[in-house]
Design a protein around this ligand. Structure first.
Ligand SMILES: [Zn+2]
Length: 59
């Protein structure tokens, strides 16, 4: 039987600007409050073109 000892923490996303596919971990995700804490967005920075790749945005 196969058992997970430690769950993987990496997610993969694609940069919509340059097409780079990269893996990131929770610690790479930047949380940014917008609109006086009524909204927020989560993003990671593309390692190739340094564009913000938004993962989640709440308005
Ligand atoms: Zn990119």
């Amino acid at each position: 039987m196969i058992t997970i000892i430690k769950r993987g923490t990496k997610d993969v996303t694609t940069c919509k600007t340059c097409g780079c596919v990269f893996a990131y971990e929770r610690e790479d995700v930047i949380n940014e409050d917008t609109d006086n804490y009524k909204a927020f967005r989560e993003y990671v920075t593309c390692p190739q073109c340094n564009t913000e790749v938004v993962l989640r945005q709440v308005k």
